[in-house]
Write a protein that binds this ligand. Structure first.
Ligand code: ADP
Length: 587
């Protein structure tokens, strides 16, 4: 804006200077021309007047000359033409003069105008008159009567009058020049201002457009040229807006596609700078969203395998493929670096496909098979050992044989129990088990479960209490499944509580759910095991031969979740555990 201002003033200044110079030159030329014309006209007029004086005074030379008459006639003419008139005899004697007494005037033979008049027919001179004491312009012509030279007629005007007239002309011309200059300057200033205002409004609009105001337009301007500029600007702004809209639409689409992709995408320029990275890639490579784009891939992504893959693709311009494992994040993915050819070698496109989940499923499957095998191996091994012992003759000893058969029975029951648990779990995990929900009264259910385990509790002298509020709302669930949950929890509580311990079954109603807890003062669970306790096959002490398969709590969790509830555990090693779960209230 400042620049434009100074530009405007510079134009005005230049224009002013030009005006002054040209008007000055014109004025000087005009003054010279008019003065020269005036003077030459004056000289011509004086010559004519001198001739006229010569004609008028010629008759005085025909007869005897009467100087007084000549003087009177000269004065009359002098008055008429408003000039000094002098009549000089051929010998230089002044015969008449309108401003001076001729008798006292000296001989004029030596006067230049006199001599010139005689020699050329016209004499001129400018000098200060000795008689009148002021500068005069003299013009003299010869007086002839019938072709005979009789004298010289001279006309003179003061140069001061000429100068005054010339000065008047100069003043008039200068004044006119000044008026014209001022007027044209005012006009120029007005035009410059109007133009610069138009240019300024276009500049202002361009500035706002550049700042992102895409709807910015220039309003109608004053002159045709600036209006054309404004129209061109407005057309450009519209095209620009449409182009930007199209481009950002495309970009948004691309960004949306890239960001919703499950696979990671990174574009790396040929110099190694990251040009683009999508959300999945940020997540997979745990990059912070800021400062990644523009950074060097080798510095931003600190994985050696990925770095090698990308640099090889950039060097060889060949597609590179590899499986990469980020150990610190326990993530696996398949990475493909494809060279990009955008009119010449220009970078590589790295795509990352997350295999972590697949690997996890694979690992889980392997673990599952190994767990099941492991769990079955020990009862099968003991069954086998006992069968072999029986075969080797123990069958003959009735007592031993009966004991072995009872133990074989127990192992087989355990295996059947485990297979049933596995089937239950698999049904629950696959979501195949549909629940038949109905309002269930927990009070009788808890009583039944306690009764079911009473014998076992008694055998360890463990007291099992039931603590319920007066009014316990019914829950919405499948009675058999809830019974299974309670039985599993009570079974564990009795299993992991030493003799003479105590177990409490309780329930508490919340706004929407009822929370059921099974609390014991048994061995408790070390803190580090608590997060895994509901995982299948998880056992705190694997060496314990307590008959458990580690599936009970996993089944509990799945049944509770299928009811829309949650399981929780609180435990302290050596002090006891409290397992609890929630079930929705029936009303
Ligand atoms: P299990 O059939 O072995 O009992 P669970 O899934 O029911 O399998 O339990 C998993 C593990 O959690 C058990 O092996 C035991 O270590 C621990 N646990 C479960 N309940 C209790 C409890 N009340 N007190 C102490 N430890 C328990």
């Amino acid at each position: 804006m400042k620049l434009l201002h100074s530009l405007q003033w510079r134009i005005v200044l230049a224009y002013t200077a030009l005006m002054f110079v040209s008007m000055g030159a014109v004025s000087i030329y005009l003054v010279n021309f008019v003065r020269d014309t005036y003077i030459s006209n004056l000289e011509e007029r004086l010559a004519q007047e001198a001739s006229l004086v010569g004609e008028a005074t010629g008759r005085f030379f025909r007869g005897p000359l009467d100087p007084a008459d000549l003087q009177v006639a000269s004065e009359r003419i002098g008055n008429l033409i408003n000039a000094r008139v002098t009549v000089v005899a051929r010998d230089g004697t002044v015969l008449a003069d309108t401003w001076e007494d001729p008798t006292v005037m000296e001989n004029h033979t030596l006067r230049p105008e006199f001599q010139d008049a005689l020699s050329t027919g016209l004499g001129r001179d400018t000098r200060t008159s000795t008689a009148v004491g002021q500068e005069l312009l003299y013009t003299a012509v010869p007086i002839r009567v019938d072709g005979t030279l009789m004298g010289v007629a001279r006309v003179a005007v003061p140069t001061s009058t000429i100068q005054a007239n010339v000065n008047r002309i100069i003043t008039t011309i200068s004044l006119a020049a000044i008026i014209v200059t001022v007027l044209s300057l005012a006009l120029g200033y007005f035009l410059a201002r109007r133009t610069s205002r138009s240019v300024r409004s276009v500049t202002e609009a361009a500035r706002r457009l550049a700042a992102g105001a895409l709807e910015q337009r220039v309003e109608a301007l004053s002159s045709d040229e600036t209006q054309e500029l404004a129209n061109a600007f407005n057309r450009m702004a519209t095209t620009l807006r449409d182009m930007i809209r199209d481009l950002s639409g495309e970009r948004n689409k691309l960004a949306a596609v890239l960001d919703t992709m499950a696979d990671g995408v990174v574009v790396i320029q040929s110099e190694g700078q990251i040009e683009l990275v999508n959300r999945a890639a940020e997540e997979l490579l745990s990059l912070s969203p800021r400062g990644v784009v523009g950074g060097r891939f080798m510095e931003v992504v600190r994985d050696h395998d990925l770095q090698r893959l990308v640099s090889r693709s950039l060097e060889t311009r060949q597609r590179q493929h590899g499986e990469v494992e980020l150990f610190h994040r326990r993530r696996f993915f398949s990475a493909i670096a494809t060279p990009l050819a955008r009119g010449g070698p220009s970078g590589t496109l790295l795509t990352l496909h997350d295999l972590t989940r697949i690997r996890e499923v694979e690992t889980t499957r392997k673990e599952f098979v190994s767990n099941v095998s492991h769990e079955l191996r020990s009862p099968l091994a003991s069954v086998k050992a006992m069968v072999e012992t029986l075969e080797d003759g123990a069958v003959e000893e009735q007592q031993v044989a009966r004991d072995f058969i009872r133990r074989i029975h127990r192992e087989v029951d355990r295996m059947i129990g485990m297979v049933e648990d596995l089937l239950d779990l698999s049904r629950l995990e696959s979501g195949q088990a549909t629940l038949h929900l109905s309002p269930v009264d927990l009070r009788p259910l808890l009583d039944e479960v306690r009764a079911q385990f009473q014998e076992r509790a008694d055998s360890k002298q463990i007291t099992v209490d039931i603590v319920l509020p007066e009014a316990l709302p019914r829950v919405l669930g499948e009675e058999e499944k809830l019974r299974q949950v309670l039985a599993n929890l009570l079974d564990n509580a009795l299993k992991f509580t030493p003799e003479r311990g105590s177990v409490t079954l309780s329930a508490k109603a919340g706004d929407r759910v009822v929370k059921v807890s099974v609390k014991d003062n048994g061995i408790g669970i070390p803190e580090e095991h608590l997060p895994h306790i509901f995982e299948r096959f998880y056992k705190v002490d694997r060496s314990r031969r307590d008959g458990g398969s580690g599936l009970g709590l996993a089944i509990v969790k799945h049944i509770v979740r299928a009811h829309g509830g949650e399981v929780a555990v609180e435990s302290r090693e050596g002090e006891g555990s409290t397992f609890s779960f929630t079930v929705p209230r029936a009303n």
